[in-house]
Design a protein around this ligand. Structure first.
Ligand SMILES: Nc1nc2c(c(=O)[nH]1)N[C@H]1C(S)=C(S)[C@@H](COP(=O)(O)OP(=O)(O)OC[C@H]3O[C@@H](n4cnc5c(N)ncnc54)[C@H](O)[C@@H]3O)O[C@H]1N2
Ligand code: MOO
Ligand code: MG
Length: 401
């Protein structure tokens, strides 16, 4: 059985490539950038006035002039108006360009205007104040966003301000989520006393939706022929297939055998972890990747967060996220020689430490705490006792915020 680190390495060595496409800028939010965005001119593009008031010559102010004749009023977007005499000023609005003859801007709050004369009421004026200088933020041609970056609202502001009407983005993979098992009934059907509703596939579909991936969902019964037929089709139609259930040692766990029959190369089966030990991963020569997750709901959830989403991000050339650590809040014992992924709630205490409160449950079939969990804490396989105050890595559960 391979370790978690080995499984992770094998998955990362098998990244997908789903291509690129061009989308309109107003359709690009949440997509992954596949080009470099550069400024088309300096930012700001001119000496930008940052308050509503008057623009004056500081030299004139320093020489003792306090009353200035208003030569013109200049709105944002107007061509700047130059002054001709030291005691002239221009009334200027926030966002307007600084006239070449002037160098200091004074707010309306600090002046009084009467009969076309603006009088400065304070001596507390600094040369160059209230001006956001041309090129202070970025120079023309500077890089402002790079491939692999999520197109967040902030990136949209960069894309639009440099006039990119279309952007090249990474294509999202075509993904199908296939649940298996005769005990599972559709969500809108009433199960018998010993059946349960299909929930895993929709959990996975929802996790993908938050990543901008619209996955299809399918259910297959525990029937070799039917599983084979569906999988055969899916191997040609999808970049990634996520299966849930049917991969352990049960009499009706047909999935690994069917995948083998369909010549999907097994890259590993079983990982030294809980939950999710029976996890199966492989790839088909047609290019499709198969992630077969154990049926227990917490195992599916963990495997999505710990393996599939990082694979998706790597495949989309997104930068690796820095690791996150938290401090265990309870003593804990875990004897099996498996890496244990503990569901935890994260809190930041008054010392700015991130503490992890374990959410004790009844194993990987108990998904009742999942909605309260913020992360899985990865407790090393070689240890048995974990003490309050010890620090371990946590894998955050992806969410909207
Ligand atoms: N003899 C052994 N038995 C088991 C082992 C083992 O090593 N030796 N491993 C256990 C572990 S760990 C897990 S996890 C499960 C994984 O089993 P399968 O992948 O074969 O999954 P199923 O048997 O199909 O189902 C397990 C469990 O999950 C429920 N399930 C499945 N799909 C869904 C779904 N779409 N929505 C909701 N619930 C689902 C299913 O009803 C079962 O209760 O095997 C252990 N056994
Ligand atoms: O891997 Mo299983 O999810 O431990 O029950
Ligand atoms: Mg089973």
């Amino acid at each position: 059985m391979i370790t978690v680190a080995e499984a992770e390495e094998i998955i990362q060595d098998n990244k997908g490539d789903f291509g690129k496409e061009i989308v309109l800028f107003n359709q690009a939010a949440g997509r992954i950038l596949a080009e470099t965005i550069k400024t088309d001119r300096d930012l700001p593009p001119y000496n930008r006035i940052t308050v509503d008031g008057i623009a004056v010559s500081y030299q004139a102010f320093a020489s003792g002039i306090r009353s200035f004749r208003i030569k013109a009023t200049q709105a944002a977007g107007d061509e700047p108006v130059d002054t001709e005499a030291p005691d002239e000023c221009i009334e200027v609005m926030t966002g307007a360009a600084l006239p070449a003859t002037l160098d200091t801007v004074i707010r309306y709050e600090d002046i009084e205007i009467k009969d076309g004369i603006a009088t400065i009421l304070t001596d507390n004026i600094t040369q160059g104040e209230s001006i956001h200088y041309k090129g202070a933020d970025r120079k023309e041609g500077d890089v402002v966003a790079i491939p692999g970056q999520v197109i967040s609202p902030a990136v949209i502001s960069l894309i639009t301000s440099v006039g990119e009407t279309e952007v090249r983005v990474k294509k999202t993979p075509r993904v199908v989520v296939i649940s298996s098992g005769d005990e599972l009934v559709p969500v809108d059907k009433t199960p018998t006393e010993y059946q349960v509703r299909q929930s895993n596939s929709f959990t996975v579909q929802a996790a993908l939706k938050l990543q901008g991936v619209n996955a299809d969902v399918l259910h297959v019964p525990d029937d070799v022929e039917k599983i084979t037929g569906h999988l055969q089709q899916c191997l040609h139609a999808y970049d990634a297939i996520i299966l849930t259930g049917g991969i352990s040692m049960g009499k009706f766990d047909y999935i690994p055998q069917v995948l083998k029959n369909l010549e999907v190369e097994q890259l590993f089966h079983k990982v030294q972890q809980r939950p999710g030990k029976p996890f199966w991963f492989g790839r088909h020569e047609g290019g499709s990747f198969v992630f077969a997750f154990p049926g227990n709901p917490v195992a599916v959830f963990l495997c999505m967060q710990r393996y599939f989403l990082p694979w998706l991000h790597t495949s989309m050339d997104m930068p690796e996220k820095p690791p996150v650590y938290a401090m265990l809040d309870n003593d804990l014992e875990f004897k099996p020689d498996l890496q244990y992924f503990l569901q935890v709630k994260l809190l930041v205490n008054e010392q700015a430490q991130v503490t992890a409160i374990p959410l004790n449950g009844n194993g990987s079939g108990d998904f009742s705490n999942l909605a309260d969990a913020d992360a899985f804490m990865e407790l090393p396989a070689e240890k048995t006792l974990f003490k309050k105050g010890e620090v371990y890595r946590v894998y955050l559960i992806s969410s909207i915020t």
